[in-house]
Ligand binder design. Structure first.
Ligand code: SF4
Length: 428
């Protein structure tokens, strides 16, 4: 249950706004999708989906570009014999993992990723991971998490993956100096930019989760302050708090406003001098404002409708409304974590129509009635909406593209401007 949120003035923005809660048919991808960006992030990890041919097909098509590279994901197929209980699936899994690690000595961290089929047959992957960890090369750690599509949305795959890593992080002692842990997968280029900004602000001990290499696990303890870089990490946050870490409340680093407020929250937690903070961030703020101004003219006054998909909807809506002058027809999110989103809700224009969960038919009706200039939605809804004349933006693209931080603010604005320009050209 969401507890009351401290430190947010109750009259601000959408803090107390009513939310339309809907339950019904949903149109979302499953958590396996997270593998597409996570396998690029942890460079010596491998994601072994224990699932069906459908699961294999999903990640192969989602990550099709990797066909030329040495893949760092694969699927152990559960077939009819396994489903009928005719085969010893533990033995099969051990054989597949043994073969994989023999062929790929570069793997240091192996995730067994559960799916709908593995859950249906009640395959105990946490136990399999423990068993394999003891058996395989001692340099390889084996963990498990679920990417199943039952009752989840696609970004929850990252949450489940990071939550599975937290118990393996080394303990930082209670005497250790305060450290900052940035949580949520960011493109390397974005991570490097943030590391430079934190260094310029004088915050010395900064680590990132997920880490780039399996053996670079960040320590965690009572003096760890963590800053969420993504809004969909509820389970990971809970696991970190069980290890004693404390969350720094902040909006998310999208656009100049979000990035500055996110960095400021960390600066306040580490007592960074305001003058030093302003000096460290001034050039970035200026670059972000200049880059977004180019798109403001095109986007200002246009309307946007968010279908619930990635859980990035509320920070994106705040960016589009406050920095680009767009009108928010409806902002739908699969799940609204009021505490983690408190600062974002306070920044959203008052009166924004918010919805949580999905009843896809009802929501499509509202979208048709609103006739937005652009709808942000999952792939399954994009084609039908385009056929009805509504311009769309795939929400999944916002996970595959570096969008956080000052130097990506212009690119983020362009992601919304481009489909509108394309539609105008088509209409000429
Ligand atoms: S995990 Fe479930 S929803 Fe995802 S591809 Fe496999 S069967 Fe489909």
């Amino acid at each position: 249950m969401n507890a009351p949120v401290p430190n947010v003035p109750q009259s601000q923005g959408c803090t107390n706004a009513p939310v339309l809660v809907e339950r019904g048919q949903r149109e979302v991808f499953c958590g396996l999708t997270g593998i597409v960006w996570l396998h690029r992030k942890i460079q010596d990890a491998f994601f072994l989906v224990v699932g069906s041919r459908t699961c294999a097909h999903l990640i192969q098509s989602a990550a099709g570009v990797m066909i030329f590279a040495e893949p760092r994901f694969g699927t152990a197929i559960i077939d009819e014999r396994d489903l009928a209980g005719l085969a010893d699936i533990d033995e099969e899994l051990d054989r597949v993992v043994g073969r994989l690690l023999e062929r790929r000595p570069d793997i240091r961290l192996l995730f067994l990723v559960g799916s709908c089929p593995s859950e249906v047959i009640k395959l105990d992957l946490p136990r399999a991971a423990q068993r394999l960890s003891r058996r395989v090369d001692p340099r390889v750690r084996v963990l498990s998490y679920s990417g199943s599509g039952i009752e989840t949305t696609f970004t929850q795959g990252e949450d489940a993956c990071l939550a599975s890593l937290v118990p393996t992080l080394p303990a930082a002692s209670a005497q250790a100096p305060a450290s900052l842990l940035v949580v949520g997968a960011l493109a390397d280029v974005v991570e490097d930019q943030f590391a430079r900004l934190f260094a310029a602000m004088g915050i010395a001990d900064v680590r990132f989760l997920p880490m780039r290499r399996a053996d670079a696990l960040p320590p965690v303890g009572p003096n760890t302050r963590y800053l969420l870089a993504q809004p969909f990490l509820g389970d990971t946050a809970r696991c970190l708090e069980e290890r004693g870490a404390k969350r720094i409340a902040a909006p998310f680093p999208l656009g100049a406003e979000g990035t500055t407020a996110w960095l400021q929250a960390a600066a306040d937690a580490f007592d960074v001098d305001q003058e030093l903070f302003d000096k460290a961030t001034a050039a970035g703020q200026e670059r972000a404002r200049t880059a977004t101004a180019r798109h403001r003219e095109r986007l200002s006054g246009r309307s946007v409708f968010f279908f619930p998909d990635s859980q990035l909807e509320i920070p994106l809506a705040r960016f589009l409304a406050n920095e680009l002058g767009m009108r928010l027809a409806e902002v739908g999110t699969p799940y609204l974590h009021r505490q983690h989103l408190a600062q974002e809700l306070a920044l959203l224009p008052a009166g924004t129509m918010l919805s949580e969960g999905q009843h896809v038919d009802n929501q499509l009706d509202r979208c048709r009635q609103a006739q937005p200039d652009i709808a942000v939605c999952g792939l399954g809804l994009a084609n039908p909406l385009e056929a009805e004349g509504i311009t769309t933006k795939w929400s999944i693209e916002l996970l595959f593209t570096p969008i956080q931080g000052y130097d990506q603010a212009g690119d983020l604005a362009e992601l919304f401007a481009r489909p509108l320009v394309r539609r105008t050209r088509l209409e000429v």
